[in-house]
Design a protein around this ligand. Structure first.
Ligand code: MG
Length: 440
């Protein structure tokens, strides 16, 4: 059974008089919401959305249930805004994560609207999982702005999608297979506009409790200026039902069957299927051969000079041992390089008629079969025929984030081809968030 441990922190920041953010830590459901609107409207929007999310998800704790719960939250905020004139135009972001069971497997379902973010720290690497629904970010994804231009763009507070402004909303959603040691971060923009991803990663890498990590992040954002409300939820995967160990065992078994001779492996199970093969293999293969031949030196000082023949035989043995060791080391290094190459890339392909993201190489590499990372809701029959051909062959991408970006692009492509209004270029009309009020 997958187990999680989570904690959160929220703070008004240094410049605002009210905290319009909300967080939810209610296993197996976690969320942040960043409300917006005049007077108290922002607070009402985020609180209304979180409450509606909880109630709806409780009634249907599934992947579809999470998406529906975000839609319910949208409608709840929208209806309140319609009923009470002082709340008109209020809205909120929503980034939610839930541990659910899908097809007999436990997965983390993630849903997002707006510019609050979900990040994943895995093997020490921080990856932003969600897309911001803001004007510059949509332009960047359409290739019209560079990363640097998007980050510096004054419209970054102008959101293209948010809960509560329209009766219906499009929800981004995807799955993540949780591995023990994974650390998820949900955050409102008050965190990542104040401190860099590198600073965030450095705090997340510290092995301390999620609630303490959340507090540290909030504190850093405050020290950096705290120009907005800051909200953080940190979720640790503390157990994964041996999913990581099983994945690692599968890789080892396949390696042993496929190789002419077994690879030298250190004892003990890996808890990490992705990265531990390299150091382990190299270390074992590198056990220094001269030690194995040590008796030559040890006996030299205490015993009478040995006859020429045995000494030569021993040197021969030493040479053979050294040669074999080096050979094994070379093979192990080559195998390790293959492991890294096979496991460090992603591709977008097709599974069961749906567009899916795999880890590995299309068609596999030696004994490494690609593994399913995420299945999207996009059907291959909905994409352009030329794109479908590319997908059937497998479209290589250097990272998970870039694979997701590619899926986003073909989704837009399919959407336009179906005769719908193009999005995001030209952009859908910005719906919310005027730039923040001038600081006092
Ligand atoms: Mg904010």
């Amino acid at each position: 059974m997958t187990t999680l441990r989570a904690g959160g922190a929220t703070d008004v920041g240094q410049a605002r008089s009210t905290n319009e953010d909300q967080l939810l830590v209610a296993h197996p459901l976690f969320a942040v919401a960043d409300g917006m609107g005049g007077h108290a409207a922002g607070e009402v929007a985020s609180l209304t959305a979180i409450e509606a999310l909880m109630v709806a998800f409780d009634g249907n704790p599934s992947s579809e249930g999470l998406i529906d719960a975000v839609r319910d939250a949208n409608r709840a905020v929208w209806e309140q805004g319609r009923e009470r004139s002082e709340l008109r135009g209020m809205g909120t972001t929503m980034t939610a994560v839930a541990l659910i069971e899908e097809g007999g497997e436990e997965v983390l379902a993630i849903a997002n609207v707006g510019d609050s973010r979900a990040y994943l720290l895995r093997d020490g690497m921080l990856d932003q999982l969600t897309h911001d629904h803001s004007v510059p970010e949509e332009l960047r994804r359409a290739g019209q702005l560079s990363q640097e231009e998007a980050e510096a763009d004054p419209r970054r507070h102008v959101l293209t999608r948010v809960l509560g402004v329209e009766p219906e909303v499009e929800v981004d959603s995807f799955h993540l297979v949780p591995y023990k040691g994974d650390r998820l971060l949900l955050a409102s923009d008050g965190l990542f506009t104040e401190i860099t991803d590198a600073e965030i990663a450095s705090v997340l890498r510290r092995r301390v409790r999620p609630d303490r990590v959340a507090k540290q992040l909030v504190q850093l954002a405050n020290e950096a200026g705290g120009s907005d409300n800051i909200t953080v939820v940190v979720i640790d995967v503390t157990d994964d039902d041996d999913r990581a160990a099983r994945a690692s065992a599968t890789v080892k078994t396949e390696a042993v069957t496929a190789m002419p001779r077994p690879l030298p492996t250190a004892g003990g199970d890996s808890s990490d299927p992705d990265t531990e093969e390299l150091p382990r293999t190299v270390l074992t293969g590198g056990a220094p051969p001269p030690v194995a031949a040590g008796p030559v030196a040890e006996t030299g000082g205490t015993e009478p000079a040995e006859p020429v023949q045995p000494a030569r035989a021993r040197r021969l043995t030493f040479s053979t041992v050294a040669f074999v060791s080096i050979l094994v080391l070379l093979m192990a290094s080559a195998a390790a390089a293959v492991v890294v190459y096979a496991r460090s890339s992603y591709f977008v392909g097709v599974q069961g008629g749906q567009v899916a993201i795999f880890q590995g190489r299309p068609g596999g590499l030696l004994w490494f079969e690609p593994t399913l990372e995420e299945r999207t809701e996009l059907r291959v029959s909905d994409v352009l025929p030329s794109t479908a051909d590319v997908l059937r062959r497998g479209k290589d991408e250097p990272s998970l984030a870039q694979a997701r970006r590619y899926v986003g692009n073909i989704r837009q492509e399919a959407f336009r081809a179906a005769g719908n209004q193009p999005q995001p270029s030209p952009l859908p009309p910005p719906t919310t968030v005027p730039a923040p009020a001038p600081l006092p």
